[in-house]
Design a protein around this ligand. Structure first.
Ligand SMILES: [Zn+2]
Length: 342
């Protein structure tokens, strides 16, 4: 079998200035990847420079009041604020602008070039940030802004696939009334922030698909959901570009969740996403980092996705196979198919 290698454009921001002692969403999550800037794990990776996002970019999704509030919070220096254990420092607003800018750099290049894969390896993450509310470790919604920007630039329809272990309430809230943008999200049932239930977003049936998975769902459940729900949904929704909210906190070593996925699974679902992007979106896809809080597993999992995106087969896996429990999800799959007429 001949290996097909593909160039992958990447941006990187570890934002050491966005740091709060003892908080799991820390620069340490990415600092161990810094060596990759000089020596990427695959020669097909090409790093791109980027500029911070502009206020006009942010206003595609966020309310002006939120931007003013965030700037004000940053002026008070490092502190935690409600809701949820979110925090800012004096420099967090600038860090958030950088994360959005790094995402837009990739989506705009890929749209301009007509095809290509990208991975924004960035923090702070974004998928919990709602139009008017920063929350859940997220300040600005990187992927939602890029998807809205894609549509504003002439893309007919964009789909966001979110495999983070938590629901991207911010993405859902941003696009409840946006027929050009679809959202597909797997998450651990009843985990933070409690949104993304089976019947949520009734005004967007068939376009916003929520899949609340039981604890210990494991790899098998993900493969079934990707094959039986995601692919037919993409075929029907017919997007021109895929965005992936790539959160790796579903790994079985992660301290925050209990979905029990493993590194090889991230490799395999990325391969399935590559196939979907090639089949339905003329090879346009951008991964955007969300969660992932076991430092060793996060690096392995990002590398596993980069392996699949570049067409390589080898990647590091310090943890091996996940314990296999595989709860019965037949009823869940049937319910989702019925609700969304798939
Ligand atoms: Zn998460």
């Amino acid at each position: 079998m001949s290996e097909k290698k593909t160039k992958v454009y990447c941006t990187y921001q570890d934002a050491p200035e966005h740091y709060y002692k003892g908080h799991p969403e820390s620069p340490k999550r990415l600092l161990s990847l810094r060596g990759w800037l000089q020596e990427p794990p695959y020669p097909e990776i090409q790093w791109l420079d980027f500029s911070p996002a502009t206020q006009a970019d942010l206003l595609l999704i966020h309310h002006k009041e939120l931007l003013e509030e965030l700037k004000l919070e940053c002026r008070q220096g490092a502190h935690e604020y409600e809701p949820a254990p979110t925090y800012v420092t004096a420099d967090s607003y600038q860090a958030a602008l950088g994360a959005v800018g790094a995402t837009l750099r990739l989506s705009r290049k890929i749209i301009r070039d007509g095809r290509g894969f990208g991975f924004a390896i960035i923090r702070p993450p974004g998928h919990h940030a709602e139009p008017g509310q920063a929350m859940g470790f997220c300040l600005l919604n990187n992927v939602a802004i890029a998807a809205a920007d894609a549509v504003a630039s002439g893309i007919g329809k964009a789909a966001i696939i979110d495999f983070d272990a938590h629901h991207g309430n911010g993405i859902q809230a941003a696009f409840l009334q946006t027929p050009q943008i679809g959202y597909f999200s797997t998450q651990e049932k009843d985990s933070y922030p409690g949104t993304g239930r089976l019947e949520s977003a009734p005004q967007a049936r068939g376009r916003i698909i929520n899949i609340p998975l039981p604890v210990f769902s494991g790899n098998d459940a993900f493969f079934r959901v990707f094959d039986e729900i995601l692919e037919p949904w993409i075929a029907r929704f017919d997007p021109e570009i895929l965005f992936v909210s790539a959160g790796y906190d579903g790994h079985f070593s992660d301290p925050l969740t209990t979905l029990t996925l493993d590194t090889n699974m991230y490799y395999q679902i990325t391969q399935r996403l590559v196939d979907l992007a090639e089949t339905y979106c003329e090879g346009r896809m951008i991964f955007v980092l969300e969660g992932g809080y076991d430092l060793v597993a996060l690096k392995d999992n990002i590398q596993a996705s980069l392996a699949a995106l570049t067409g390589n087969e080898k990647f590091k896996d310090h943890f091996g196979k996940a314990p296999n429990v595989s709860p019965d999800i037949d009823t869940l799959i049937e319910d989702i198919k019925k609700i969304h007429q798939l």
